[in-house]
Ligand binder design. Structure first.
Ligand code: PLP
Length: 388
C-alpha cells in the first residue's frame, strides 16, 4: 500500500493491518505467541524485541501517520521517552530540555540522569534564544514539547530543528498533545517524535502505551537500547491500540471542533480570568501555532476568577469527569498542581507558571452544548456557594 498517497482516515483504518489469510476475517488477528520458529524465517520474533506480528504492523501505521520511515511501540509513554533519551545519551553527555514539560518527563530527568552521568539544562523559556543559550559543547539532544502540558505554550518546531541540525544535535519532541492528526514535526525537520499513546492514539482511556517514530537509522539505535531495557507492550494491548487508531482522525477532529468553541465560550465568561488555548487570537503564539498545526488541539487550561474554588467547581460538574489522564473521547478536567505536576515543588510549579487555580481541560467528543451547559451550571453552583 503506497502510504504517501493515502488520506488520513485510510491510513488510520488500513495501514498496518495484518491480513487474515487463513479465515479472511475483516480485522487483524492477534498473535499472542512469545515463541516463534526461527529456522525457516529471517526474523527472530520475540515480544521484547518489539517485532511480534502485531507490534511490527502497528508500527507501520504510526510511522505512516508521523511521516516517518519507522516506529516502535512501548509499554507506556514514559517507556518511550526514557528509552529514546537513553538511546541518544551516554555518560558525559548533556541534554537541553524545554522547561514547560510533562511533569513525569522532568521528574525522570531530575531523578535519574545523574545516575547515568548525564547532565541537563532546563531552558528559561520556550523561545529559540532560550534553547540556544542552554547548549553546551557536549549537548547531544534537544527535547521539546509543543503544545506543552498544561499551559499550551507553543515552541517553534522548525527553528529548534534547524538549531539542532546546525550543531549536530539530535532533536526530539513529545507530540502527545497535538497527535499526528494535526501536527507532524518530522515535516519541520525534527529527528524523533514520541507519543504517550495512552492519550490520543488510544483515545478511550483504557490503554497504557507509548510510541516513537523516526528514520530507520534512529529507530535501530533506539531498538538496540530498548531490547535491553524491556519496555515492550503486550500484543493484546497492541491489538486494542490498532483498533482504537482506526478512529483516531475522526475522534481528534471532533474533539478539536468542540475545543475551539469551548475556548471561545470560556474566554467570554465573566467567571474565567484566563484561558490558555493556541486557537485563541489572544494566545501569544497563535500565529506560530497556525503555521505548524493543522488545527489547535483539544487540550486547554483556564483559571477561574478569585473567590471561585477550582476544586468545588470540578466537583459540581455532571458530565465532565474530574480525572487523571487526558485525550479520551470523554471530557475530563484536573488541577495540575494536585496531579500531573504534584511531584514538583511549589516553587518549581510557580517557575513554570502553574498556579493552584489552574484547571486543565481535555475536551472529548460529547455534544458541544451539553459540555457548555455543564460548565455553566458548575460555575453557577460554585459561585452561589462561595458568595452565600
Ligand atoms: N507526555 C505527555 C505530554 C503526557 O501527558 C504523559 C502522561 O500524561 C506522558 C508523556 C507519559 O505517558 P504515559 O503516562 O503513557 O507513560
Amino acid at each position: 500500500m503506497s502510504k504517501q498517497k493515502l488520506g488520513l482516515n485510510t491510513i488510520c483504518t488500513h495501514v498496518g493491518e495484518i491480513k487474515d489469510e487463513q479465515f479472511k476475517g475483516a480485522i487483524s488477528p492477534i498473535y499472542l505467541a512469545t515463541s516463534y520458529e526461527f529456522d525457516s524465517v529471517d526474523v527472530k520474533r520475540y515480544p521484547r524485541y518489539f517485532n511480534t506480528p502485531n507490534q511490527e504492523y502497528l508500527s507501520k501505521k504510526i510511522a505512516a501517520l508521523e511521516h516517518a520511515e519507522a516506529a516502535m511501540i512501548f509499554s507506556s509513554g514514559m517507556a518511550a521517552i526514557s528509552h529514546m533519551f537513553l538511546a541518544f545519551l551516554q555518560k558525559g553527555d548533556h541534554i537541553v530540555v524545554q522547561n514547560t514539560l510533562y511533569g513525569g518527563t522532568s521528574n525522570f530527568i531530575r531523578e535519574e540522569f545523574h545516575k547515568y552521568g548525564i547532565s541537563y539544562t532546563f531552558t528559561d523559556g520556550y523561545t529559540i534564544s532560550s534553547f540556544e543559550a542552554a547548549i553546551q559543547p557536549n549537548t547531544k539532544v534537544i527535547h521539546i514539547e509543543t503544545p506543552s502540558n498544561p499551559l499550551l505554550t507553543i515552541t517553534d518546531i522548525k527553528a529548534v530543528a534547524n538549531l539542532a541540525k546546525s550543531k549536530g544535535i539530535i532533536s526530539t519532541i513529545d507530540n502527545t498533545f497535538a497527535s499526528p492528526v494535526i501536527q507532524n514535526p518530522i515535516d519541520f525537520g525534527i529527528d524523533v517524535v514520541m507519543h504517550s499513546a495512552t492519550k490520543y492514539l488510544g483515545g478511550h482511556s483504557d490503554i497504557l502505551a507509548g510510541a516513537v517514530a523516526s528514520s530507520q537509522e534512529h529507530i535501530e539505535r533506539i531498538w538496540n537500547v530498548s531490547k535491553n531495557l524491556g519496555g515492550s507492550l503486550s500484543d493484546m494491548t497492541v491489538w486494542m491500540l490498532e483498533r482504537s487508531m482506526k478512529t483516531l482522525a475522526l475522534r481528534v477532529k471532533a474533539q478539536n471542533k468542540n475545543a475551539n468553541k469551548l475556548a471561545k465560550f470560556l474566554e467570554r465568561h465573566e467567571a474565567v480570568s484566563k484561558v490558555y488555548y493556541p486557537g485563541l487570537k489572544s494566545h501569544p503564539e497563535h500565529k506560530l501555532a497556525k503555521s505548524q498545526m493543522r488545527d489547535f488541539g483539544a487540550m486547554m487550561s483556564f483559571e477561574l476568577v478569585e473567590g471561585i474554588d477550582a476544586m468545588a467547581f470540578q466537583r459540581s460538574l455532571n458530565i465532565i469527569k474530574s480525572s487523571m489522564s487526558l485525550a479520551g473521547v470523554e471530557s475530563t478536567m484536573l488541577l495540575p498542581s494536585e496531579t500531573s505536576h504534584a511531584l514538583l515543588t511549589q516553587e518549581q510549579r510557580e517557575a513554570v507558571g502553574i498556579s493552584n487555580r489552574l484547571i486543565r481541560f481535555s475536551v472529548g467528543i460529547e455534544t458541544y452544548k451539553d459540555l457548555k451547559n455543564d460548565i455553566k451550571q458548575a460555575i453557577a453552583q460554585t459561585k452561589t456557594a462561595a458568595f452565600a
